[in-house]
Design a protein around this ligand. Structure first.
Ligand code: GLY
Length: 372
């Protein structure tokens, strides 16, 4: 499934390592300019993995979390994107992570619909799927779109047909007991006449899934779903993946930012990577991951690049329903940023929390920088 097409990773590493061995200068991209003809890319990177916090929370049936798995695989010489996909697969398969893959919170009709994108820096290629039903591991299907087709994005029943043709197992229902129970609870709150449940009058009038967040039934991060994970290896090869069950209780067919290049994910093999979790619509309006990578290209640090982009989201949020009493955006959105040297940042529009990294020092949870 992970056949590299039109790209010799061995050749790339050979040229990259040779350049590093010659002690060539730091990446030109970090000095604010790209080489006119990349050819041999001088690199010496600190291997690093960055992800949303759930990337160091779930282990599924194994010993390692997502970021640990990615770091182990890429430092053992696996392809950089294959390493990232192996990492996020842990979250996709673990029903405890209700933001991703199997057991992800379903749409308004109770159907789990998944979005994912992958981007391979050295190959300069990407693949995505959206509204995919019945496959636990949408990131691997996105990789198959990248490797096996001339296209970038497949959606809905045709994405599922493609996955079936590629040998993926198709299941009738990706709900876990927990995701189904949460959906039923939401139905009872929003439509008590048709879904009376226990008919507790206190429940009637509760209209928003956010109330379930406030009650601790749903992790706030899982309401908008998603894991983003980006990695750079010692040769300076960069890749990223964003995979999600999307906004909980979304209108069927809604596609968020995760499978859209430049929004939920963007990788430039010479510069860096950025990806997001949180309110996808706010990200789509600003193509924020692309903006962040362009900021890196201009020489900004990952932190400055991210804060500049988050400010753009704030400036462009003017609808009253999206503002709190202070006139600030009332939703959450976060970015996970890595440059070609292995420097990283996690930025959030509001609130605290941590993102996950893994370097030669092992996994760590690192506090976000918050705009508000
Ligand atoms: N960021 C995930 C979504 O909005 O679908």
């Amino acid at each position: 499934m992970s056949k590299p097409t039109g790209y010799s990773r061995r050749d790339f590493i050979k040229t990259g390592s040779a350049a590093a061995g010659l002690g060539l200068a730091a990446p030109a991209a970090l000095a604010g300019a790209l080489p006119e003809a990349p050819g041999v890319i001088p690199r010496r990177s600190r291997p690093a993995v960055v992800s949303s916090g759930n990337g160091h929370q779930y282990r599924h049936d194994g010993d390692l979390t997502c970021v640990e798995t990615v770091f182990q695989r890429m430092t053992q010489g696996d392809d950089i994107l294959d390493s990232v996909i192996a990492g996020v697969r842990i979250n996709e398969l673990d029903p405890g992570d209700t933001s991703v893959g199997y057991g992800g919170l379903p749409n308004g009709d109770g159907v789990v619909q998944l979005d994912a994108s992958v981007m391979h820096g050295p190959m300069k290629r990407a693949g995505s799927v959206a509204c995919l039903e019945g496959v636990r591991t949408p990131a691997a299907v996105a990789r198959a779109v990248m490797h096996e087709t001339d296209h970038h994005l497949l959606v809905g029943p045709d994405a599922q047909r493609f996955a079936r043709n590629m040998g993926f197992t198709i299941e009738d229902d990706l709900n876990s007991d927990v995701s189904r129970a949460r959906w039923l609870d939401w139905r009872r709150r929003t439509d008590p006449s048709r879904w009376p449940g226990e008919d507790d009058p206190q429940r009637i009038g509760f209209l928003s899934g956010m109330e379930m967040v406030e009650e601790g039934l749903i992790d706030a991060e899982h309401y908008w779903g998603t894991i983003n994970c980006n990695a750079v290896n010692a040769a300076g090869e960069i890749a990223g993946c964003t995979t999600t069950s999307g906004l909980a209780w979304k209108i069927p067919g809604r596609v968020g930012d995760s499978p859209i290049l430049g929004a939920g994910l963007y990788v430039d093999g010479e510069v860096g990577a950025a990806g997001s979790t949180g309110r996808g619509e706010a990200n789509l309006y600003n193509l924020t991951s692309f903006l962040i990578v362009e900021n890196l290209r201009r020489g900004m640090t990952p932190l400055d690049a991210g804060m500049d982009a988050i400010r753009r989201i704030q400036q462009n949020t003017i609808e009253p329903r999206l503002l709190n009493e202070q006139g600030e955006p009332n939703f959450g959105i976060r970015f996970y940023i890595l440059n070609a040297a292995g420097e990283h940042a996690g930025v959030t529009l509001r609130g605290g929390g941590n993102y996950a990294i893994c370097t030669e020092n092992g996994p760590e949870m690192v506090p976000f920088e918050s705009l508000l």
